[in-house]
Design a protein around this ligand. Structure first.
Ligand SMILES: *Cc1c(COP(=O)(O)O)cnc(C)c1O
Length: 452
């Protein structure tokens, strides 16, 4: 079935979204270029699947370590584990000298099981369960305390031989966040330590929304004085954690500008429109953003002068370019808008495996059609295999390089950070897609195993 427009209405170009081609890593090009690998995995799995390439996680960790080294400061990376549940990611942290930031007993035990040591764990989150506090304390983890009551509950545990290691999470001035402690609460917390050998204040932490390097640098700079004050009260106060929120550069600047400047509901199935999009183009991602923070107003020098170690908690940026998600096309219809035809696909999974679709927005890096075959550009929207009209993987009409047919794979790139599994459930009793790990093998080959 071709797409020869019968109508006299608008052109195929006018109803197609501007392309948003994703940046691809070498390993991804190798996978896409392999004539068999993806088809074999798809055949074995028999449904949608996620792919992870753990060496890329290792390189991302290394990038942050290098930014610390170049600034000449003592730094530590804690992976924000909620960004992906994969065991292999946590294993890569253990292998590359990164700790893990957890907020549930499940996350804590999963990290321990992959070789992350208790002392390499940071425990964050609002009022934590007694079980989590107890277990974290037993394993010597660093706890980011979010309120005074939590501090009381920690003090009451008091059954450990070593002091409980804590940081106090700070509510930034003028922030409306529900997390963190006000100035007055921080003062009361410090007063509560007086004479309590069972609690050891290692420093202060925060986590800001958004991706502003300057805001992070300035708040870190302000908190140096808090550390110095805590030291006068006999606490070590040697660590500042500036949280996560390091950007990822999904797509090049020009394509991003083209899309965002011209986006129009005429590009979308059923005339759908969205108020905002995640910033998929980010000029100074991950380690470059850390370098900018350390560079701002001499922050690195001030940390050095005051013997303060900087901790970061990247989630998304630690997973940049480390994974993608593959769906199999299982149906294809032709629909028309103003007389111009487009394809409406059904794939074998759901938008629960592409979380952005659940935040009243759209995941914009374009999916790739595999295998590559000749054909002509075909505007294509992508629906899920469920009975919800709203369950769409791509509302916009993506200009795919050819018409997709049943059995093709649609590869959504760069999904490891949050997209893959934060929202997944067995809706419709469809199986949750497995995670496939890729390994380098002799002869420039890639082999695969299942995660877990
Ligand atoms: C979610 C979270 C992170 C990770 O955030 P990213 O934006 O993925 O880097 C780090 N720290 C805390 C406290 C968080 O809640």
């Amino acid at each position: 079935m071709g797409l020869d427009a019968g109508g006299v209405g608008v052109t195929r170009e006018a109803i197609s979204a501007a392309p948003v081609p994703a940046r691809l890593d070498d390993w991804e090009r190798r996978v896409l270029g392999d004539p068999n690998l993806l088809g074999d995995i798809s055949f074995a799995v028999g449904g949608p699947f996620h792919v992870l390439y753990p060496p890329r996680v290792g390189r991302n960790i290394q990038g942050f370590h290098e930014a610390f080294a170049q600034a000449g400061i003592d730094g530590v990376v804690y992976y924000g584990k909620k960004a992906n549940k994969s065991a292999a990611v946590v294993r890569a942290c253990a292998e590359h000298g990164a700790g893990v930031d957890v907020s549930s007993v499940g996350e804590l035990t999963a990290a321990l099981a992959q070789g992350v040591r208790g002392a390499e764990l940071m425990v964050t989150g609002p009022a934590k369960s007694d079980d989590l506090l107890w277990l974290a304390t037993r394993h010597g983890a660093l706890l980011a305390v979010d309120d005074l009551d939590e501090l009381e509950r920690l003090a009451a545990l008091d059954d450990s031989t070593a002091p409980v290691r804590i940081m106090l999470r700070v509510l930034p001035a003028a922030s409306a966040s529900r997390f963190g402690m006000t100035e007055a609460e921080l003062d009361r917390a410090l007063a509560a330590f007086d004479g309590r050998a069972s609690i050891r204040l290692e420093g202060f932490s925060f986590h800001l929304s958004g991706y502003d390097a300057v805001a992070r640098a300035e708040l870190a700079g302000d908190l140096i004085a808090r550390c110095l004050h805590a030291r006068t009260l006999g606490q070590p106060a040697t660590t500042l954690s500036i949280g996560g929120g390091f950007g990822v550069d999904y797509v090049p600047a020009a394509a991003w500008a083209e899309f965002t400047e011209h986006v129009d509901r005429q590009w979308f199935h059923s005339g759908k429109s969205f108020e905002s999009y995640y910033p998929y183009h980010f000029p100074a991602p991950g380690p470059a953003m850390l370098a900018a923070i350390l560079d701002h107003d001499g922050l690195a020098q001030r940390l050095r002068d005051n013997a303060i170690r900087l901790a970061i908690e990247p989630g998304r940026a630690l997973l940049a370019h480390a994974g993608f998600t593959a769906f199999r096309v299982q149906g294809s219809k032709i629909r028309h808008v103003d007389g111009a035809p487009y394809h409406l696909l059904t794939v074998d999974g759901t938008s629960l495996s592409l979380s952005e679709q659940w935040f009243d927005s759209e995941y914009l890096p374009d999916p790739l059609l595999w295998p590559t075959r000749p054909g002509s550009t075909t505007p294509t929207s992508v629906g899920a295999a469920t009975c919800l009209d709203s369950d769409m993987l791509s509302w916009r009409r993506i200009p795919l390089p050819r018409a997709a047919v049943v059995g093709d794979l649609l590869i959504y790139p760069n999904t490891a950070g949050y997209q893959m599994d934060s929202n997944e459930s067995a809706f419709h009793e469809l199986p949750i897609p497995p995670k496939v790990l890729l390994h380098d093998a002799p002869g420039d080959r890639l082999r695969w195993t299942l995660d877990g």
